[in-house]
Each structure stands twice: as structure tokens, then as C-alpha cells.
Write a protein that binds this ligand. Structure first.
Ligand code: CP
Ligand code: NVA
Length: 303
């Protein structure tokens, strides 16, 4: 396996399914209080250039449960924040840590870090991708539905880092993915082209109803991601009609489930009623970040 996890496309289907199996095993062990110190004595450096609740806590707690340590670094308090070159920081961090998780803006920055780091590098979100989230999301689907690869997935809203990652997931797994965005907010065209060349079954539309029709899994995210706060008002106008609400949900399969990576802007991209409703698996999804990332770290870092 590739030593880094920067995008879902780094994994084969077999590797992804292996991570799901390990996620299930580790979740069960954690629930039953069975020790699973696979990374005993190891340290994960965690560099954050953006805010986080779930990613920070789940990686830090996950490392602890695996017998290791998660070291939180806010990039602004490091020399990287003062301009120390990425390629220098990467080699220095690799000398101290057994793995590094990074949340940053530029995807090129994490690729450069990974190129110079000789320990595994994990993407904790860039402007381009959020792969750990997708592993947790699909695992949540697996917990609620049979044959995850035969389901119809739909993405309603912004063509952002989450949407790009779902596109990669569609390429790896072969499942059907419908993406409904307003015009001008489509996902990254290179990511889409690569996935389609790899045979991904992706339908792009500007009609949220068409995307939701008969879908098994509905999924959305904020309309303005971190770094786009200045565009919030303009985006609220552009995304009118792209909300997951009870009317849209009625178009989906009656057994459909709803995902949201959180944090949500309640009653913007998704209503309170849907988040709190019976088809929402959103808080199970959030918990699964812990279990999925433990499996990812164990897979990449086990000696
Ligand atoms: N979903 C997610 O990555 O949440 P945080 O921004 O809180 O880490
Ligand atoms: N698209 C969102 C995801 C947050 C977890 C962002 O990048 O801010």
C-alpha cells in the first residue's frame, strides 16, 4: 500500500475494503473494552492550519486508544507558520514522529510534505480532498445497508473537497454517484475527468430533485467551506433550492439515509428536521471518524 493517504484514489478497492473490515474490528474491540494497542509507543504529529473539532479529537483519541500519542500542533505556533519550508519541516517531523496528519489549504502543500516525509502522511482535509471523512462515511453506510457498492449515492450542494472525495470513492468502488450543484459550483474538473477515465459512474446535474430521485444515500455539506467565509452571502443566494429538507427526502428511496460530515449550518444546506429525523445517521457518522481513522493509522503505521 502507498505509505501516505492523501486522497481516496490512493487506495485500491481491496485496500479500502480491508480498512472497512479493520474499522469494524477495532470499533467492536473499543466498545467491548478489548485492548488493541497496535501503535504502542508511536506518535502521530497533527498539524492544523484550519479549525477542527472532529478531526482533531478523533485522531488524538484514536492514537491514545491504539497505545500511542497524538501531538497537536497549530501551524500558526510553529516555524512553518513563519515560513519555514515545507520540505524542511517534513524531514524534521519525520525524525520525531511515526506518522503525520495535516489539515491545510493547498493540496500541493500536503503532497510536497509527503514527498519529503519518510513517515506516512495522512490528509486531514485540504481544499481539494477530505478522504478520512469519506472512509468514515462509507463505513457508516455499510453499518446501515447491505452491499454498499450497489447503492445510489447523491451529493446535493457545493462541488467542494467532500464532493471531490466522493468522486474518487465512486471511481474506487464503482457505485453510482449523482452530484447536483448550482451552475459554477461544480466539483474539480480534473478530479472528475480522472474518475470518469477510470470508469466511474457519475451523473452531474443542476437539478437537486433529479439527483435525489430514488437515491439510497443523500449527502451534503456547508455551502461555504473554510477559507470561503467572505463568499457566504453570495453562496446562500446561489444555493437556494439545494437544501436537503423533508420534501427532497421524500423523493429518495423510503429507506434512504442522510449523511453530513459536520459542522452543519442548520436550515441552510440541511434542515434541523432532517438532521434530527429518523433517516439521519449523521452522529453515527461523526463517531465513525474515530474508528475509521484508527484503521487507517493502523494500516499505514503498524510496524
Ligand atoms: N468533519 C470534520 O472534518 O469536522 P471538523 O472540521 O470538526 O474536524
Ligand atoms: N467542506 C468543509 C468540510 C468541513 C469538514 C470545509 O472544507 O470547510
Amino acid at each position: 500500500m502507498n505509505k501516505d493517504f492523501l486522497a481516496l484514489s490512493d487506495l485500491s478497492l481491496e485496500e479500502l475494503d480491508g480498512i472497512f473490515a479493520l474499522t469494524k474490528e477495532l470499533k467492536q474491540k473499543q466498545k467491548e473494552g478489548v485492548p488493541h494497542q497496535i501503535l504502542k509507543g508511536q506518535t502521530l504529529g497533527m498539524i492544523f492550519e484550519k479549525s477542527s473539532t472532529r478531526t482533531r479529537v478523533s485522531f488524538e483519541v484514536g492514537m491514545y486508544q491504539l497505545g500511542g500519542h497524538g501531538l497537536f500542533l497549530h501551524s500558526g505556533t510553529t516555524q512553518m507558520g513563519r515560513g519555514e519550508p515545507i520540505k524542511d519541516t517534513a524531514r524534521v517531523m519525520a525524525g520525531y514522529c511515526d506518522g503525520v496528519m495535516i489539515r491545510t489549504y493547498s493540496h500541493e502543500a500536503i503532497e510536497e510534505f509527503a514527498e519529503y516525509s519518510y513517515v506516512p502522511v495522512i490528509n486531514g482535509l485540504t481544499d481539494m480532498f477530505h478522504p478520512c471523512q469519506i472512509v468514515a462515511d462509507i463505513f457508516t453506510v455499510i453499518e446501515h445497508k447491505e452491499n454498499y457498492r450497489d447503492l445510489k449515492y447523491c451529493w446535493i450542494g457545493d462541488g467542494n473537497n467532500m464532493a471531490n472525495s466522493w468522486i474518487n470513492a465512486a471511481a474506487v468502488t464503482g457505485f453510482e454517484l449523482r452530484i447536483a450543484t448550482p451552475k459554477g459550483y461544480e466539483p474539480n474538473s480534473d478530479v472528475l475527468a480522472k474518475a470518469q477515465q477510470a470508469g466511474a459512474n457519475i451523473i452531474l446535474t443542476n437539478d437537486p430533485n433529479a439527483a435525489a430521485e430514488g437515491a439510497d444515500v443523500l449527502n451534503t455539506d456547508v455551502w461555504a467551506s473554510m477559507g470561503q467565509e467572505d463568499e457566504q452571502q453570495q453562496r446562500i443566494k446561489a444555493f437556494a433550492g439545494f437544501q436537503i429538507n423533508t420534501d427532497l427526502l421524500k423523493l429518495a428511496d423510503p429507506e434512504a439515509i442522510v449523511l453530513h460530515c459536520l459542522p452543519a449550518h442548520r436550515n441552510e444546506e440541511i434542515t434541523d428536521a432532517v438532521i434530527e429525523g429518523p433517516q439521519s445517521v449523521i452522529f453515527a457518522e461523526a463517531e465513525n471518524r474515530l474508528h475509521a481513522q484508527k484503521a487507517i493509522m493502523a494500516t499505514l503505521m503498524e510496524r
